[in-house]
Design a protein around this ligand. Structure first.
Ligand SMILES: [Fe+2]
Ligand SMILES: [Fe+2]
Length: 197
């Protein structure tokens, strides 16, 4: 009986491996990683688009534009990888776009320092998320060097965005701790959902 259960389980794993996840011979779920990363980069693009819609003519406009340009590149790269690895994109992509844009516009309307506080919160969560992925990717026997290097580079870009926002006096905004805590919690929830859906 025990033996039968084992063989059923191993057959199921084989079927799943070859029919549903042909490239997931890794102990980490590369497909889920790419799905959530595209969702995150799409959302980040919309945050900066929303901030630019309000603040493009302010003294913060050029900094926001600079960061947005990098986000466009990040998104394009994961769009490429989603095809290479044959990953289903997040079904909630339109929702991440809408939430991202609303967050960008909403915080920018509170003022440029609130927009920068939003950047600090979101980017710190993304840096942590990419670091988690890098640790997981390093665990596997046959490391996917290309993906590892892409995520490393993007992690460094996100850290730079975080630092720019701090330099732009994000911490001076009224209720900084409260605002960043709410945005961080929301971002973490979105990441967990986008890994699956
Ligand atoms: Fe990014
Ligand atoms: Fe970023």
């Amino acid at each position: 009986m025990k033996h039968n259960f084992k063989s059923i389980k191993s057959n199921f794993n084989l079927i799943r491996q070859f029919h549903f996840e042909p490239r997931s011979s890794y102990p980490v779920n590369i497909k889920s990683m790419i799905r959530v990363n595209l969702a995150g980069e799409a959302g980040a693009n919309k945050i900066y688009a929303g901030q630019m819609a309000v603040l493009s003519n302010s003294s913060y406009g050029s900094k926001i534009k600079e960061m947005w340009e990098q986000e466009k590149h990040h998104k394009a790269k994961f769009e490429e990888l989603i095809n290479t690895y044959r990953v289903r994109p997040s079904l909630l992509l339109p929702l991440w776009n809408a939430l991202g844009f609303s967050l960008g516009v909403g915080t920018a309307l509170l003022g440029p320092k609130a927009a920068m506080a939003c950047t600090v919160a979101v980017e710190s969560v993304i840096v942590q998320h990419y670091n988690d992925q890098l640790r997981d990717l390093m665990k596997v026997e046959k490391i996917d060097e290309e993906l590892l290097n892409i995520i490393k580079k993007f992690r460094d870009d996100e850290q730079e965005h975080h630092d720019i926002a701090i330099e732009c006096k994000a911490e001076e905004v009224f209720l900084y701790d409260f605002l960043t805590k709410i945005i961080k919690t929301g971002s973490k929830c979105a990441i967990e959902i986008a890994k699956i859906v």
